[in-house]
Design a protein. Sequence first.
Length: 444
Amino acid sequence: MTTAAPSNSQAPQLVRAIGRWSMVALTVNSILGSGIFLLPSVVAGLAGRMSPAAVLLAGIAMAVIIGCYAEVASQFTETGGHYIYVRHALGRFAGLQVGWMNLLSRLTACAASANLLVISLAQFWPQAGAPWPRFAVMSLLVGTLGVANYRGVASGMRLSNVSAVAKLVPLVVVCAVGLTYLAVHGATAVQAAGGGVDAWLKAMLLLFFAYGGYEVALNPMGEAKDPRRDAVFALFVALVVVTFIYTALQLIVVAALPDAAHSERPLADVARVMMGPAGAALVSVGALISVYGYLSANFLTVPRGTYALAERGDFPAAFAAIHPRFRTPHLSIVAIAIAVWAFALFGSFAWNVTLSAVARLFYYVAVCATVPVLRRRQPQAALFRLPGGPALPVLGIAICLALLTRVDFSKSLILLAVSATATVNWLLVRGRGTIARGGAHEYS
C-alpha cells in the first residue's frame, strides 16, 4: 500500500482535480481512437462472418489484462501508471523497459490517430492530404492540444470530458440504427468464412490495438481525487462500453456491407447503406471528433509518464518540472507534443499502428507478472482483488505471448532499438535516487 511522505518542499505540486466520471471519460477517450473506424474491414478480412465473435472474444481476453491492471492500480496513488507498478514489483531495469515501450506505444498510437484525422478530413476537404495542408493540419492539431493541457489539468479534463461524449454520440447512433436495420431487414451481405487459427491470432493482435490505451489513463493518478477506487471503476466501465460498441459495429458491418473486407472506410460505408450520404457524413464527423478526443486524452496522460520517470531519477530532471502557475508538467507536455508531431508527419498510419500494438504486449506481460509479486509483498494493500488466485495473471501472460507469435519482428526493429535505449538509460541512472519533492510517495 502506498503512503505519502511528509512534504518539506515548497516546490509546485500537482493538483488532485480528476473525479470518478472524469476518469471514466478519460479511459474511454484513451481507448476509442482511430482503430474502430478502419479495423472492422481488416478484421472482416481475417475472420470473415465470424469477426463479431472475434471482437467479443478480444474484449473478454482484454478483460483478463484489465483485471490485472485494476488490482495493481488499486494499490497506488502516484503519477506514473504501469511504469511505477513494474518498477516497484520487478525492479528499476524492468520499470525502464516498460516506461520506454509505453512511450513508443503512445507516440505511435497518437501519430496513427493524427494521420487518420487527415484521412477523415479529406472527406470534406480533398486537399487535406497534400503536403502543405497536411503539415498545417498536424501543426494546428498538436499545437491546440498542447496549449490546452499546458494551461492546467482542469482544462485538459474539460476537453477530454466533452470530446468523450461527442465521440460516443455518432457511434451510438450508428449502433442503434444498424441494429434496428438488421432487426427489420436481416443480414443483407454475405461474407467469406475467414481464415484459420493464424488469421484469428492476427485479428486478435490488431484488436488489442483497438481495445488498448486504457493503461495510459492510469498515468495521472497523482491528480485523481480517489485514485485507488476510481481507477478500478473507470477501467471496467470503459471496457463494458467499448466492448458493446465494438461488437455491435462489427456485426453491423459484416451483416449490412457487401465485401466488408475491402472497404477503406467501413463505418462510413455501412452508414451510407443504412442512412444515405448523411450517415456517411455523420461517421466522418464522428471520426474527426473521436481522433481529437483520443489525442486530447493522450496529451493529458502521456506527459505524466515522462514526469514519473524524471521524478524517480530515470529521466532528466527537467521532465519533472511543474509549472508554478498551471501546476502541470509543462516541459514534459511540450516534449511529447513535439514528438507526436514528428511521428505523425514522418510515419504512416499502418507503421504506427503495428508498432503501438506490439509494444503494448510487452508491458501487458510485465503488469500481469506484477500481480503475484505485489500479493506476496503487500497482501493487504489491494482494494480490488482478482478471483482465482494466480490463474488470471498467468492467463493474461499466456494471451500476450500467443499474440507475440504472430508478430513479424523483422518489420519492428525499432522495438529492439527502444529496448536497447532503455538498457542504456538504466546503466546511466542505476545509482541515482528519486527527486526530492513534496508529496512524493514511499511504500510501507
